[in-house]
Design a binder for this molecule. Structure first.
Ligand SMILES: Cc1cc2nc3c(=O)[nH]c(=O)nc-3n(C[C@H](O)[C@H](O)[C@H](O)COP(=O)(O)O)c2cc1C
Length: 366
């Protein structure tokens, strides 16, 4: 299986499966001299952990990262950073009864068609567990971005019909604090309340809901991203859509832009606080694939969690009609978009860290 690597200069290669001994990530291209400790990574992993609150899966999973290389005396050395997370909650016996069934909404059908084999004990490489490696690497990327003065954030902005408007002029530190202080990672308490009600009702029905995660970065420098295949928004789209359960990506006004005229949509240039800015930010912080210096803003849509408690029709791997029901005591995460929030933030950090490093070789210094 190819394609476990992401990025150009700041690259990550992730490995491992949900029910294997461990999962991990190798980060290559991280500059030397970045202060880094396991605690930095574990703080980020704690946010992605299931069992965090009643709105995510009840599985208790104390992820702890161990750094095996690339760090000496509390700082990166410029050599590959190898991070390992041992799997502690790998009870695979409950998968036995469903091992010969195609799982609705899951990847085992396509895996079997493609590879002819599938590790039925979990989602294999398509498992949400793989995203822990991205979060670990994202914590390193986030530290690198801080050195550049760039902050990243993500939050749950919509679940079903409960949605909040984009925050305007919010300080990143306080925004991020209010996101992670809330059980559904939504910074607006009223929307969060409505989301919780919807999620609880779906959980009681044994069903699940989708959600939208909004991401933001700022203050942004101008010039990140290349004009053609490495457009900043193209790399963000790939980063986000490479996450499991994603169904949509938007930058700036996104799909709403089709309902606007150019006169409404064009962001008009102004001078504010002594620098060029735009009066609006429908572009979402890029023009021609290159950052404008305005905040980067986009959204990622996550489908309703596939594993639900309701019985569903399916086929066996032999093609016979069958009923699919999750085994007793299975995990049921009624809205996977909640746990996706720190993962989206990590992917944003990875794309930007790579873009920052790529930008160091674009023109002659004058
Ligand atoms: C952080 C995260 C955690 C996930 N956890 C679950 C889960 O507990 N149950 C589930 O059915 N799907 C979960 N998923 C989604 C599935 O992995 C995904 O829907 C499945 O592999 C099929 O892939 P696709 O939806 O991209 O087509 C998770 C996704 C993410 C991003």
């Amino acid at each position: 299986m190819a394609s476990n690597r992401f990025g150009n200069i700041f690259t990550i290669t992730t490995w491992g499966e949900s029910h294997g001994k461990a999962i991990g990530v190798v980060i290559d291209g991280c500059p030397a001299g970045l202060p880094l400790e396991e605690a930095d990574i574990n703080a980020a992993l704690a946010l992605r952990s299931p069992g965090l609150n009643p709105y995510t899966s009840p599985r208790k999973e104390a992820d702890r990262a161990e750094i095996y290389s690339g760090v000496f005396e509390g700082a990166t050395t410029g050599t590959p950073i190898s991070i390992v997370i041992f799997n502690k909650d790998a009870d695979s016996s409950k998968y036995e009864p469903i091992k010969d069934l195609l799982r609705p909404g899951h990847a085992n059908y396509t895996y079997l068609e493609k590879y002819g084999r599938f590790d039925y004990r979990g989602g294999g490489r398509s498992s949400g567990r793989e995203t822990a490696c991205r979060v670990a690497a994202g914590a390193v990327a986030r530290k690198l971005l801080k050195e550049e003065g760039i902050e990243v954030a993500a939050f749950l902005s919509q679940v079903g019909s409960a949605r909040m408007a984009d925050p305007i002029g919010e300080e990143f530190a306080s925004l991020r604090q209010s996101v992670y202080a809330n059980p559904v990672f939504c910074p607006d308490p009223h929307t969060a309340e409505a989301m919780m009600k919807l999620i609880e009702a779906a959980k009681d029905r044994g069903d699940s809901l989708g959600g939208v995660v909004t991401f933001l970065a700022g203050p942004m420098p101008t010039g990140l991203g290349d004009p053609v295949y490495e457009k900043l928004e193209a790399n963000l789209a790939k980063a986000m859509m490479s996450l499991p359960a994603t169904k949509g990506f938007e930058i700036g006004s996104g799909f709403q832009s089709v309902e606007m005229t150019a006169f409404q949509h064009n962001d008009q240039f102004i001078v504010q606080e002594g620098r060029v800015q735009t009066a609006t930010n429908y572009a979402g912080g890029t023009l021609g694939g290159i950052s404008t210096g305005m905040p980067l803003i986009g959204r990622v849509a996550f489908k309703p969690t596939s594993s639900i408690m309701k019985e569903q029709k399916t086929l066996s791997t032999e093609g016979k009609e069958a009923k699919f029901a999750l085994p007793e005591g299975s995990r049921h995460d009624p809205c996977v978009a909640i746990r996706a929030v720190p993962v989206v933030e990590a992917m944003l950090a990875l794309v930007l860290a790579d873009a920052v490093l790529m930008n160091r070789c674009v023109r002659v210094k004058r």
